[in-house]
Design a binder for this molecule. Structure first.
Ligand code: GAR
Length: 197
């Protein structure tokens, strides 16, 4: 049975594009929705150009009322009846009330080798720590931020002269390989870890 995938974004959506492009005829899933919490998210036009239905649930008007925002989000998502949610640069922290019903069905990509560097500014933090390698992780979403079972990681070397931007660009290239690889396995019911790099 083909799994239905909704992808949640906040920005340019480069990971979303890679996920959508990966879901070809031989794939166990297909994209049914790209949803952004900002009307100006650049990924919306890119999703539409790829023929994927889009929606916007603006988070800003809810002014910190997370439950009301998440209720609106859940209603919009439900219209498209997805089996799997992929967070792809979705920059809102979700509460347990939203996350728990999606337990085992929601993935996130994070730009660090978790459990290192949960939260923001991961590339600068890896450089400040003098790490020799850095990377990205796809994990199942649980109520704790950037926790949850790890489904895949990709590693990149930290190079002399790296800046947060140069390191981020190298990690992003790996994100684009890792997330589709994990989704393909996950949608087929396989939670074996993907290791790249
Ligand atoms: C990606 O690097 C993703 O790992 C990161 O935001 C970027 C989104 O880029 N996500 C997080 O930091 C989540 N905590 P994209 O919009 O081009 O896919």
């Amino acid at each position: 049975m083909t799994r239905r995938v909704a992808i949640l974004i906040s920005g340019g959506g480069s990971n979303m594009v890679k996920l959508v492009e990966s879901m070809g005829a031989d794939h166990p899933a297909r994209p049914v929705l790209v949803l952004a919490n900002r009307a100006d998210a650049g990924g919306l036009d890119r999703a539409a150009a790829l023929g994927v239905p889009t929606a916007v649930v603006e988070s800003r008007p809810f002014k910190g009322d997370r439950e009301a925002f998440e209720s609106a989000l859940q209603s919009e998502i439900a219209k498209h009846a997805p089996d799997i949610l992929c967070l792809a640069g979705f920059m809102r922290v979700l509460t347990a009330g939203f996350v728990q019903p999606w337990s085992g069905k929601m993935l996130n990509i994070h730009p660090s080798l978790l459990p290192k560097y949960r939260g923001l500014h991961t590339h600068a933090r890896a450089l400040e720590a003098g790490d020799g390698e850095h990377g990205c992780t796809v994990h199942e979403v649980t109520p704790e931020l950037d926790e949850g079972p790890i489904l895949g990681q990709a590693r990149v070397p930290v190079l002399p002269g790296d800046t947060p931007d140069s390191l981020a660009a190298r990690v992003l290239e790996q994100e684009h390989r890792l997330y589709p690889a994990v989704l393909r396995r996950f949608a087929a019911g396989d939670r074996t870890r993907v290791e790249l790099g």
